[in-house]
Structure formats: C-alpha cells, structure tokens
Design a protein around this ligand. Structure first.
Ligand code: F6P
Length: 323
C-alpha cells in the first residue's frame, strides 16, 4: 500500500475541497492511504499530517475555501525549510505528495521533486496564469462572482449616468478582468499585458456616454500599472478637464470566497483523480491540468517560472463588443 500526502497552498480557490475529495477517494480506489497536510508547506515543515478517509472528505464538494487550510510560506523558500519538509515526509513514511495550488505552489513542488521526492501538482488558482492548464480550479467561480458585482454596478451606474470602475484580482494576469469585461459588457478593460493610459480610459468612458449609453464600466485587473487607486486619483486630479468622476469598487478577496460552481467542482474532481492516475502510472514531477478538454500531465520544468499569455483576439473582441 502507498501512503500519499495532499496539501493546498497559496491563495485558496473555490474547488480545492472537491480536488482534495477526489484525491482521497481515487487513492482509496487504488488501495492507498491519504494524509492531509495542514496549511500548505508550513504544515509540511511543522509535521502537521492527519489521516483522511472517505468520510473525512464527505460534505465538502460544495464548500469554498479548503478544509486543510492554506498559507504562503516564506520558510519553504529557504533550503533549510525544504530540507525539514523532506525530513517530515520521510518520517511519516509518505511515498508521494500532491500539491494543489498555483504558480508559487508549483514552484515549491518542483523544488521538492528536484530533491528526489515524487510530487504531482494540481492546477488551482483563480488567476488562470498557469501554463499547462487552459483553465484552473477556481477561475469559473471567481469570474461569476465578479460578474454578479458588475451586473449590479451597471444597474446603479445606469440610474445615475455614472462611470464605475471594478478592480478584479489576478495578480499579474489579466485573464479574469478580460473575461469579466467581455461577459459583463464593460466599456473598457484594462489588463497588465496591454498598456492603457488613464487618458485612454477617460476617452473610452466619455465616448460611451456620447454613444448614448446610460452607464460606463471599466474593468481593471489588479496588476495593471494604473490600478483602481491610480485611476481614481488621476480622474480626481484632472476632474475639471475630464468632466466626470470615477467611482471604484475593488472586489479583492470576495472573489475567492464563493461556493464552487458546477464547472469548478467537476474540473477539480477530474484533476484530483488525474493526479492519482499519474502517480499510479509511476509519473511524478508533473502538473496535472486541463488542456483542450482532456486531463493532461505537463512536466514542472515546462511550466514553472512561466506565465500563460493572454489571447490578444479576446482583447480585440472586448473592444468590438463595447459599442
Ligand atoms: O493568486 C491568487 C490571488 O488571489 C491573486 O489574485 C492575488 O494577487 C493574491 O492571491 C492575493 O494574495 P493574498 O491572499 O495573500 O493577499
């Protein structure tokens, strides 16, 4: 019998629980035992392992967050921290580790793998910036939360003929903002991958009014050079010339807190099962993701340190649709 450990790391993402459940139950189907590690790499260093059976992961598929807890762990970035983590894995007689998380977490997973320990990653982050997965766990839920906010803001914006700005998460990646802009019918989308000046934002919003729109919504990704704070400050400073205010709503962590959508539950379940299938095939050092509708493993070496690019056609589409 194999003994495997599973942890969730970095920013939590709706669907992580569904992935944990799939890992535990798929492992059981192989006749393996699973141990949950508390609070990501911090729990690995601290030796916080607990046995997870089928019942322990019951009733969690519909819950956001992660029952294991998550953390950002600077100690794991040090050589001493990683050696201690490895020591704990050996002490607990663990044969393989599953890491559910985003870019930083998979960088840590690769580091452990390079130290000779079998690790498989599962692509999980609301940012959708991971190479090796067209879509990652949590993106669909976060997007729907952003959309609900945009839809609501549009109503009040229309009542008052006001311009609104919504800042969405995504770290350095504009995917969430771009998709929220397309699905929410925003007049302007500002993302880190394509430079947009405050003056351009003002012009686009003014042009929307001139075309007879009752509302003007700008969706801005948090990682842009001119984020919500910078844009609001610019509009305030140049109010006399621009002629209207910009009211800003920053969604922040609200986006990470929702119950996972059906899409995220199924995606997480398939990737969790895929991670166990990879280990059963004797594979390690891979990220399990979803590409072209199929669960595929990609070597860590091909994904770590890279960011998935934005499809520029989608940016063009957002501009075409904002008429
Ligand atoms: O990676 C997920 C994410 O929510 C990013 O979109 C955001 O930049 C970051 O995490 C926030 O990190 P924290 O929760 O540590 O403040």
């Amino acid at each position: 019998m194999k003994r495997i450990a599973v942890l969730t790391s970095g920013g939590d993402a709706p669907g992580m629980n569904a992935a944990i459940r799939a890992v535990v139950r798929s492992a059981l189907a192989q006749g393996w035992e699973t141990f949950g590690v508390r609070c990501g790499y911090a729990g690995l260093i601290g030796g916080h392992f607990e046995g997870l059976d089928a019942r322990a992961v019951g009733g969690i598929v519909q819950r956001g967050g992660t029952i294991l807890g998550s953390a950002r762990c600077p100690e794991f970035q040090t050589e001493d921290g990683r050696h201690e983590a490895l020591r704990q894995l050996h002490q607990q007689a663990i044969d393989a580790l599953v890491v559910i998380g985003g870019n930083g977490s998979q960088t840590g997973a690769q580091a452990l793998f390079q130290m000779g320990f079998p690790v498989v990653g599962i692509a999980s982050t609301i940012d959708n910036d991971l190479v090796g997965s067209d879509i990652t766990i949590g993106v669909d839920t976060a997007l729907n939360i952003a959309l609900e906010a945009i839809d609501r803001l549009k109503i009040t914006a229309s009542s008052h003929h006001r311009a609104f700005l919504v800042e969405v998460m995504g770290r350095n990646c504009g995917y969430l903002a771009l998709m929220a802009g397309i699905a929410g019918g925003a007049e302007v989308v500002v993302i880190p991958e394509i430079e947009t000046t405050p003056e351009q934002v003002a012009e686009e919003l003014r042009a929307a009014y001139e075309r007879g729109k009752a509302h003007a919504i700008a969706v801005v990704a948090e990682g842009t050079r001119y984020d919500a704070e910078a844009l609001v400050a610019y509009f305030r400073e140049h109010h006399a010339r621009i002629g209207f205010d910009l009211r800003a709503t920053t969604l922040g962590h609200v986006q990470r807190g929702g119950a996972p959508t059906a899409y995220d539950r199924v995606l997480a379940t398939r990737l969790g099962a895929g991670a166990i299938a990879a280990l059963a095939r004797g594979e390690a050092g891979v990220l399990v993701g979803m590409e072209q509708g199929r669960v595929v493993p990609t070597p860590f070496a091909a994904i770590v340190g890279r960011q998935k690019p934005i499809d520029p056609e989608l940016f063009t589409l957002a501009r075409i649709l904002n008429q």
